[in-house]
Design a protein around this ligand. Sequence first.
Ligand SMILES: Nc1ncnc2c1ncn2[C@@H]1O[C@H](COP(=O)(O)OP(=O)(O)O)[C@@H](O)[C@H]1O
Ligand SMILES: [Mg+2]
Length: 414
Amino acid sequence: MTDNNKDAKCDFCGKPKEEVEKLIVGHDVGICNECVDLCSNILGDEKVKNFHNLADSQNKFNPSKIKDHLDEYVIGQNSAKISLAVAVCQHYKRINHPSKDIKLEKSNVLMLGPTGCGKTMMAKKIAEFLDLPFAICDATGLTEAGYVGDDVESILTRLISVADGDVKKAERGIIYIDEIDKIGRKGENVSITRDVSGEGVQQALLKMIEGTVARVPAGDKRKHPKGDMLEIDTSNILFICGGAFVGIDKIVGRRVNATSIGFNSKIAKQEETTDFYKDVTTKDLITYGMIPEFVGRFGIITYVDELGIKDLISILKEPKNSLLSQYKYIFELDGIELEFEDQALESIAEHAKELKTNARGLKNSLEKILIKYQFEAVDLAERGLQKIVISKDTVEGNSAVLIFDKNNAQTTAK
Ligand SMILES: Nc1ncnc2c1ncn2[C@@H]1O[C@H](COP(=O)(O)OP(=O)(O)O)[C@@H](O)[C@H]1O
Ligand SMILES: [Mg+2]
């Protein structure tokens, strides 16, 4: 069949060319736009089915596969990677193999540790790997219903919107709640003052984490212009919470001190480190201001380590899609090679360490160093620039070494 064939028709529905909007013709066959749409819908449904069977595939149930995936992007943090991988696999076993006799408890995860060390990133990478809807929110802005701020249910609205309005899909998703320590009672003398609203938020979150059917406003105004309410069952949503719990070292110190005489010197040594996270118990979290029932919902409590200079350098260079490879690519697109000397990387890492921002500040540091060259890249390339070398000196505020193509550079030297 050819386009100029007068008898051209859709070989699926039989409609002639004149009766359809578009007819795509191949060698001896034709298909109309309506049948293409139909096929596409069938394939779309197939994708949804795949999604629901996802956790059945052996690959996804093997925690070590999840860890391998995390290893590609996240430097260090072995304990947290293992805990998260096991938790996620447990979670999807629980959902996919409900048993009458044995009721598996939910395996929500609480991740402790300093800021900028990969907590959010790990949760995000797992969700990506499993192709699950993933919503991140910050506990700081959450309030009890009726108070100014986002109420706890807003988290669910966000998850549904990430799942493109598909509630069923959202019901199997992952929610990461950052800064969970901010809804605890605050301050050192936590036993004296009670932060009632923080406790209220914990209570509300607790219900959601345990599993409840919540009615939430449909976020998507296009699909639900009348502001409809949607019902969502949270019992199969996996919750991962993270927090730095600043000051909890003192609680750990006091507890250990009471039981072990030699701890003072250990604590003194730890002053500048965050080594204590691995010693945190549920009791410490309760003393910190979390309500016991809330802490009790986290079957898995894990921690991330503070990042050392070596780790920070590795983060710059090694992960898939590392910051350096991203910037190298940006310059490559303008035909310029970008090189960092080892000492420059060390200096950037040391700077991040001083600021105590861990990996969080790295991108900003690079951006600061490179902005000038990004701005001039096109012009410089036209003048024959071939390579930019970033040295320790450059990091400290001096110019980078610019290497021009000799022939070209001479002609443009004027
Ligand atoms: N261990 C790590 N390996 C690789 N990159 C990291 C690591 N920790 C942090 N980063 C980088 O720093 C950014 C901020 O980290 P994030 O996961 O948000 O920290 P946290 O949630 O612990 O405060 C990440 O987006 C990532 O680019
Ligand atoms: Mg975070």
